[in-house]
Design a protein around this ligand. Sequence first.
Ligand SMILES: [Fe+2]
Ligand SMILES: [Fe+2]
Length: 193
Amino acid sequence: MGLDSQNVLELVSNSLSAEKLRHTIGVADFAGDLARQHGLDPERVRFAALLHDLAKEIPLEQQLVLARRWNLLDYPEDELSPQVLHGPLAAYCLEHQYGVDDQEVLAAIAHHTLGFPGMSCFEMLIYSSDLVEPNRDFPKVDNLRQALYHNIEQGTLVCMEHSLEYLKYSKKQIHPLTILTYEDLQRRLEFGT
Ligand SMILES: [Fe+2]
Ligand SMILES: [Fe+2]
């Protein structure tokens, strides 16, 4: 079965609570606007955004079972913090059960929680919109939104710095992929590659 914009909405409406659906639509709206601003295809971006949290509300024990079955556990931290698994799970499921074959869409969904070294602008756009979509409300959220409108890569770096600060402040574990992604983005911006 292929997914078009009509049945994507149906799928996410059936898979998510009202609160998560509201967040998802916020990500799609914000990411779609950013895509237009930066010359990316807003329809592809909205498609990825609508599906990014598809697996979010599967119970965590079940997410772990599926991740083991589908060989998606790459780091010890993945088992210790299974809430990071819903992106890779959604991407796997969309590829293998729904026939989605747009690799950049799948990568953006898989990497939306932790990031990934070498992320494309498309992936960054989903990653960052997840953090600053219109329903999010925290100090400086507008600064992050403005930074993203100005420049996707620089804006994503600022979003990552904000997230790392938050994780350090709340003494939460920082996943190695997030550190690798941050260092990669810093290097790319410094050397322009
Ligand atoms: Fe998520
Ligand atoms: Fe999300």
